[in-house]
Design a protein around this ligand. Structure first.
Ligand code: TXA
Ligand code: MG
Length: 372
């Protein structure tokens, strides 16, 4: 039942590989009138509003139930648009933009006065990225405004990788969702601070550490390399990191070293939790740890994210990269699917922190109720 504060939510389906500007007309109008629109990006769906309007930005914080001290990422469609919101574009950062944009890399810049305080939670830096999804890019260029957009989920929930996920969280709360199919990357962008020495990944994401390190040889990762004394003295401002994140309704039990844990240990876990409630299981490793009886018990709530790569992948590293990219693409989808199946516990096999594994494990550790 709709209460009086609810509005009707329209969903417009658009094929990202073939569409016309007029299909975005309504979305553009909403954005130009300081409203909010959910739209697809290559990482996850975003909840967008004008990054130049305090009124529009407040609507995002309210709709998401987002703490006001957690700043937003601003999305642009050209380097010219970037120039209108930042103080300067240092040469070494411009090089990174040339390599990784459009794409899932967010970079911190010193903001100018056009960006209101509420976008950055008062920080002197603004986080910016140029998304790769053609719908997102066209939406920004037709609106002619930089668009601030957090992931389009209620604060604390798993990020949305389909329009149905967005609808689930925001039906009746926002006027428009653009459905552009499922997001190919599946985890959010990598957030990079190059103003620090050494440069620091604040949040691992769609662009891998291994790929960034080719351009930034001293690159470090917040939390993972945080034992480093120098970092301890100067902790980065990453307000978003202190909040509970990515959590399905079910309790997540993460098996950190699933590659080496004895099978019997996993069998005991399944036994222990299936007595307490319905369980889901997310399988990511090469070997199946479960027996046929357990697979029967789980039924639909056994989700297999192992991806058998094709022959074109010539070495182990490439194969691992492809497998882990597939797990990243599906991880939020799997958590939300198990919530829909109303399981009470989700057991997940962890992966190593190589390639997309770093972003996946970062999300899973934050989502976890228990880490084993
Ligand atoms: O892929 C993505 O990045 C998606 C899509 C929609 O573009 N967006 C996204 O936004 O994940 P959100 O709001 O869910 O996450 C933004 C992260 C938060 O952890 C926030 O604290 C951090 O970026 N952040 C934003 N501005 C920052 C700043 N100036 N300094 C440090 N961290 C910042
Ligand atoms: Mg988010």
């Amino acid at each position: 039942m709709m209460d009086s504060s609810q509005i009707s939510t329209k969903i417009i389906s658009i094929d990202p590989s073939h569409f016309e500007n007029r299909q975005l007309h309504e979305a553009v109008e909403i954005l130009q009138n300081e409203g909010i629109v959910a739209f697809p990006t290559e990482t996850v769906y975003g909840l967008g509003a004008s990054a130049l309007s305090e009124k529009a930005i407040n609507k995002i914080y309210i709709a998401k139930g987002r703490p006001l001290d957690n700043p937003l990422i601003v999305h642009i469609e050209s380097m010219e648009m970037l120039e209108t919101i930042v103080k300067e574009i240092p040469e070494e950062i411009r090089k990174l933009c040339n390599v990784f944009w459009p794409g899932p890399l967010t970079i911190l810049f010193l903001r100018n006065k056009k960006i209101p305080d509420c976008v950055t939670a008062g920080l002197p830096t603004v986080a910016v990225r140029m998304p790769q999804n053609p719908i997102a890019l066209r939406l920004i260029s037709l609106s002619k405004i930089p668009i601030a957009a957090p992931s389009a989920n209620i604060s604390g929930r798993p990020s949305p990788t389909t329009a149905a996920h967005v609808k689930n969280d925001f039906e009746g709360k926002i006027p428009l969702i653009i459905d552009g199919g499922s997001c190919p990357v599946g985890v959010e962008s990598t957030v990079l601070d190059v103003h620090r020495n050494p440069p620091l990944i604040l949040r691992p994401g769609g662009v891998n550490y291994e790929d960034l390190k080719k351009y930034l040889p001293n690159l470090k990762i917040y939390e993972k390399h945080y034992k480093n004394q120098e970092l301890k003295k100067k902790p980065p401002s990453t307000p978003g990191l202190k909040y509970r994140h990515y959590s399905p309704k079910a309790r997540v039990i993460l098996i950190e070293n699933s590659q080496v844990i004895p099978k019997t240990h996993i069998h005991d876990l399944i036994k222990e939790y299936s007595i307490q409630g319905k369980i889901g299981y997310i399988h990511t490793s090469d070997e199946i740890h479960l027996n046929s009886q357990q697979l029967d018990l789980l039924g639909d709530s056994f989700i297999d994210l192992t991806h058998y790569s094709d022959d074109e992948l010539i070495n182990n590293q490439e194969e691992k990269k492809a497998k882990y990219a597939y797990i990243a693409q599906k991880i939020f989808w799997a958590l939300r699917k198990l919530d829909n199946l109303q399981v009470q516990f989700i057991i997940i096999e962890g992966i190593t922190e190589d390639f997309s594994g770093l972003a996946v494990m970062n999300r899973l550790r934050k989502a976890a109720w228990k880490i084993i």
